[in-house]
Design a protein around this ligand. Sequence first.
Ligand SMILES: *Cc1c(COP(=O)(O)O)cnc(C)c1O
Length: 362
Amino acid sequence: MSEILLIPGPTPVPPAVLKAMDAQMINHRSAEFTALAKECHEGLQWIFQTQNHVIIMPCAGTGGLETAVVNLVSPGDHVLACTIGAFGDRFAKAAEAYGCKVEKMEEPWGRAIDPQKLAARLAEDKQGSIKLILVTHNETSTGITNPLKEIAAVCRNHPALLAVDAVSSLGAIDLKTDEWGIDVVVTGSQKALMCPPGFCAISVNGRAWEACEKSKMPRLYFDWRGYKKQIAKLHTPYTPAVSLYYALAASLKLIREEGLEKAFARHARVARICREGVKELGLELFADPNHFSDTVTAVKAPSGVDPAELRKAVRQKGFVLAGGQGHLVDQIFRIGHLGYISEADVRSGLKAIGEALAQIRG
Ligand SMILES: *Cc1c(COP(=O)(O)O)cnc(C)c1O
């Protein structure tokens, strides 16, 4: 039975993208590879809305986030981690793992970062002790999109670098890397880019490259400087995930056909349909309505209903939902609606949820 994945990654891969991967390997030190890489890099620059070089590295999204830490700061450096959920916590953990002095600015799960509060904290740091600010654009664990444009504007009044986790937003929710002055933006292949899991993409601006040169962090595979040396030829320091370049070139073609603005509008429309459908089922949304995510919807399990049991019943109807993360595991379930997902997919998924609820309640 074919299932429809309504989870926030990996997302369904379009048939044209699957087909593009059914091709023989090529020498990754050839003009042929460079031509393919050029297509991929230019497409990513367009989606990141940047003139920066975008690094493509084989690893999960978390690896991309880790590279931001190991290339931008040194052990002992003061890092301000803005976290509103599981993925913000993970970004903070990466900085802790490398011996940074991590200060967390937290909001309760289900809420967004308050730019005014961040502004006040940064204004206190008159000596410029804070070297790096970590922000999650879209917190996938709670279904919240942070007001990134406002947050970035606040950060620009302080010398610290700003690194953004855009793994579950880039390509689905507007993110103007250059216009908003964001130093580093990281995404993954398996979300709005509609590719299989396996590579991350990282936009690095001039300030970030300078910090990378100065960083005293130990690094080898994750060292951005290896990538920098190869930029002109568009080669990579280590073997690239060749099949995923085939996939990315094909998915970029689809995204270009739809257009970036139209893709954002589609995600907003599908998210609205999802939230309205959830409410029509008599269920409650988890997140702060002022900051609802357009890529993932967190839903409170009704009292007396185990969200794991509900997901299991929905799965039998052909739709895969995501569970809650961290302390929310028994309280919520999540509906992913990013990438290759249509209005009809979400409507059918909601119908299945309604039927499964009726079944459970008997
Ligand atoms: C999916 C996701 C990641 C990365 O997950 P990986 O499993 O490491 O690819 C990071 N941040 C956010 C916000 C995500 O949604």
